[in-house]
Design a protein around this ligand. Sequence first.
Ligand code: IMP
Ligand code: MG
Length: 193
Amino acid sequence: MGIAGETTLTDGEIARIVVDRRRIARRVSELAEEIVETRPGAELTVVGVLTGALVFLADLVRRIPCPLRVRTVTVQSYPGEAIRSRGATVGLDLPSDLADRHVLLVDDILDSGDTLKALRSGVRAQGPASLRACVLLRKDRPLLPDRTDAEFVGFDVPDEFLVGYGLDFDGLYRNLPDVCVLSRHTPAGETRP
Ligand code: IMP
Ligand code: MG
């Protein structure tokens, strides 16, 4: 069996597991509890950011026992084999029915914060009743003290390129059950946004 479990990966592709599936499952339950206990209204509208948040979104909403709608939006900031964000582009598919709704944005990882910033302004323009954000992972970026933040954060993680549990490199590895560091790609030496 490979390091990341019952997958088709060869051991050499993954340098190490950063957050394993058991910790993820426990934390997703805790996040769901926090989200429900602090919700500003009876019903939530959860907007998942595709494609990365797909797996997290599916697990999270099944832990939230209150009336909710699921919406999605497409954002692309890492074209192809890029390992640094090239600037968030919010797709034209941002749901247009968020006025007066209690909106919860759900993304896989907060890095530069550009994605969340762009999404917040797109949602805010519609006049939601409330707007909060939940990310599973938040990268340590000490040089970005003014970065847009999320109200709910699963794990703070080191500034490395991560894959698994929805996160991809060039479209691959989203199906890994654990969050891992790829052995062949690190952002070291790359210019930061
Ligand atoms: P930001 O706009 O720089 O905050 O980047 C957030 C988006 O970039 C996330 O929604 C992810 O899809 C993607 N992303 C950021 N860091 C990683 C990573 O380490 N691996 C895979 N995708 C990442
Ligand atoms: Mg994303």
